[in-house]
Design a protein around this ligand. Structure first.
Ligand SMILES: [Zn+2]
Length: 728
């Protein structure tokens, strides 16, 4: 056991020795109310709802889900209470009702906290006429209409609408209803920055940016770089202001922004995480070919910046596919698996329906069943620590800004491409059934990385000096590292370095510009090595589409060499022109406990695009090799594709198993579950900890188990959609 392991294990043993009751009592005095919130519901009113909405019936429904907090519409675009704030548009059907107030009172009477759901993004023509300065403008000065509801106009976050009008509305609602929180729909979001030409923005461009920034994400442009900083500053200024206003009427209230986007982010999540008391992921479902695990990934991303503070994830009970149907339900199986991913990854589920008079009632029971089960098992969802000892670097600036210099065809739909390296590694880790956490690239201190056996870096092409320095220190301190392709070749904005900052650490010298993308290239097996386990019977492995030409820093024989691309068509032309080279396709180095693996090609992305299992196998073997002799904290053997999370919880430990074995993995929606058979689990608990009971919480059965030293073994006979194995 090295020093790091000793410290980590001692800390874990110490925490486990504290009785759960004392832990909870301490948390209750220090933590805000939303830190203890485990379930959350939302009814989104529409303008017509005041005519017919049955407040008591809705309050009963939400109470039956045992929600701790309920979101209902306060105002912004539309007031659902008799507002006195000028240009705060009342619902045309409000009449004498105070729908928000009625609903808030009904929720409170049932012990449910009230969050006022606001919308700061649009207002009406009467406001536009009185306050033209509140609104975004096109280049020609025209206000921007909503694309569907064309009578609404987009407000500008640099304008006084955000610093005067919205605070006036919050203050009115806060005074009248003493709400527990405010949430803004649609703002700030994690996506690309908007560019507006209103007077406020023109002033910002003149005085702070030095010109009008480009409308598309372009980190090569100095104006974009300055605008990004100014934009983030304003976003955080508004967030802090609204949070302070929320507290004026109630010291324990909080402002909650709208985030989400899964792994596809442009805005600086790390900075947002520093001001956010509560991170809400408006990540309600999937569409197109989005992989099923998109919600679990969201949990990992959010956790990498919130570090145990409150994260919620919205589940749309309606069919938020493409095309979207707001008033029919998604299949129960898809909705349930989304909520299961929410809680498995450590987030709090927030169940959402639109409209007070549903004609589709199927979603009601889906939410009720899952939430009632959650409530009954609540202590097992109070996580204190992740058990994973592998870290995957979340490469935010690469995802936001990376643009390959490769041929034009490779640049299409570029926002997605920045995520494909991570997506490929992620899929391989799931297939290998590894437990892992995301760590944000701006949070690689010894304190964060120290508890991980290895750091896995999926082409973090953009990487600032500080994370590079921290990764170096981590490896020098005995940590292991996987890096691929152009990792650390550029700074955070994309300015190329003369040599990738981590090249020496990875044992290579770069020898030219990126080659590819090109199909029909190969990696030739030169030497047997543990990373090639199971890849017998071939001298060739599929090559990456793109690669950085490299040479070895130290004289040795590469394990894998490059066979350059040659024609794939017509068959007469399909033979290797250069069957053998000395160019390494990968570098594997070992010094004491620290092991470093570097792939010169984009094996992760190529795996994601091709699905070729040789590439997944190579990545999985590499992760096993990086770990050295150290046993995995949890192993799960059996058939099927699953994603696992393991947590230390207040009562003990919980292993979450999400069954992704479905034909709808990358084409929603899941309608049926395909149960996977016996899963043999080995779970390493803290030394000295005796496990007295192992229980499958979804199937509600006690499981026979054996404990030998720290290792607890049990078998889960079947996982239908989701199972939680609780060890206490
Ligand atoms: Zn503007």
């Amino acid at each position: 056991m090295n020093r790091r392991e000793f410290v980590a294990r001692s800390a874990a043993a110490g925490a486990a020795a504290v009785p759960g009751r004392r832990l909870r009592a301490r948390a209750a005095t220090a933590a805000p109310w939303y830190a203890a919130m485990r379930r959350c519901g939302q009814l989104n009113f529409n303008e017509r709802d005041p005519l017919t909405l049955d407040v008591a019936a809705w309050a009963e429904y939400w109470a039956s889900l045992r929600v701790n907090a309920l979101l209902v519409n306060g105002g912004g675009i539309m007031a659902f209470y008799p507002t006195d704030v000028p240009y705060h548009h009342r619902s045309a059907f409000l009449g004498t009702r105070d729908l928000f107030g009625e609903m808030a009172a009904a929720a409170r009477a049932r012990g449910i906290r009230v969050v006022a759901r606001m919308d700061c993004n649009y207002s009406w023509e009467e406001a536009l006429r009185a306050h033209p300065e509140w609104f975004e403008r096109d280049r020609d000065g025209e206000p921007r209409r909503h694309n569907e509801s064309t009578w609404l106009f987009k407000t500008c976050m640099f304008s006084p609408y955000f610093t005067e009008q919205m605070p006036a509305i919050y203050r009115e609602i806060g005074k009248r209803y003493a709400v527990d929180a405010f949430f803004t729909n649609g703002w700030p979001s994690t996506g690309a920055l908007g560019v507006c030409y209103c007077e406020s923005c023109q002033k910002v461009y003149r005085e702070k940016v030095g010109g009008v920034p480009p409308e598309q994400t372009d980190a090569t442009n100095p104006l974009y770089r300055r605008y990004y900083a100014v934009f983030m500053d304003r976003l955080l200024e508004v967030w802090r202001l609204w949070d302070a206003v929320a507290r004026e009427s109630r010291p324990d209230a909080v402002y909650v922004g709208n985030l989400g986007g899964g792994i596809r982010v442009v805005k600086d999540l790390a900075r947002i995480g520093q001001v956010a008391g509560w991170f809400n992921a408006d990540h309600q479902g999937r569409s197109g070919d989005t992989p099923l695990w998109d919600c679990a990934q969201q949990g990992r991303v959010a956790r990498s910046v919130m570090k145990g503070r409150t994260v919620t994830n919205v589940t749309g009970a309606y069919s938020n596919s493409r095309p979207v149907w707001r008033h029919v339900a998604k299949p129960a199986a898809e909705t349930t698996l989304w909520m299961a991913q929410t809680v498995a990854s450590g987030m709090v589920p927030w169940f959402h329906w639109l409209g007070g008079a549903p004609e589709d009632e199927r979603w009601r029971d889906t939410g009720r069943r899952f939430f009632a089960w959650l409530a009954a098992q609540e202590p097992h969802f109070r996580n204190t620590r992740s058990v994973a000892d592998l870290a995957v670097l979340f490469p935010q600036t690469t995802i936001a800004f990376y643009r390959s210099g490769g041929p034009g065809a490779w640049r299409g739909s570029e926002r997605v491409q920045g995520t494909e390296y991570l997506q490929g590694l992620y899929a391989a880790l799931l297939q290998g059934r590894f437990l892992f956490d995301f760590v944000h690239e701006s949070d690689l201190s010894a304190q964060t990385l120290g508890r991980y056996r290895a750091l896995l870096v999926p082409n973090a092409a953009h990487l600032a000096d500080e994370p590079c320095r921290q990764i170096r220190a981590y490896v020098q301190g005995g940590g292991s590292l996987l890096a691929t392709f152009e990792t650390s070749r550029y700074d955070e904005w994309g300015d190329a370095r003369s040599e990738p900052a981590l090249a020496d650490l990875c044992g290579f010298i770069s020898a030219g510009d990126v080659v590819g993308p090109a199909a029909n290239s190969y990696m030739r097996i030169e030497e047997r090595h543990p990373v090639l386990a199971g890849l017998e019977g071939t001298k060739l492995l599929p090559g990456p589409e793109s690669r950085l030409p490299v040479r070895l820093r130290e004289a040795s024989r590469p394990v894998l060499t490059v066979v350059p691309s040659y024609p794939a068509f017509p068959p007469e032309m399909v033979y290797a022109r250069t069957p053998r080279t000395d160019d390494p396709a990968a570098v594997f180095r070992q010094r004491d406990n620290s092991r470093v693996a570097y792939f010169a090609g984009d094996v992760d992305r190529t795996f994601w695009r091709s699905g070729n299992p040789d590439l997944s196998g190579l990545l999985q073997n590499t992760v096993r090799w990086l770990r050295g002799d150290r046993a995995q904290p949890v192993t799960i053997e059996g058939d099927g594709l699953l994603e696992a999370f393991a947590w230390e919880t207040e009562p003990g430990y919980a292993l979450h198993l999400l069954n992704y074995t479905t034909p709808n993995l990358t084409w929603g929606l899941v309608e049926h579950s395909y149960p996977i058979g016996p899963q043999r689990v080995r779970f390493e608990v803290a030394p000295g900890r005796t496990i007295r009971r192992v229980e499958a919480l979804r199937s509600g059965r006690a499981l026979p188990f054996e404990q030998e030293g720290a290792a607890v073994r049990c078998e889960v006979s079947s996982v239908v959609d989701y199972e939680v194995v609780a060890l206490t």
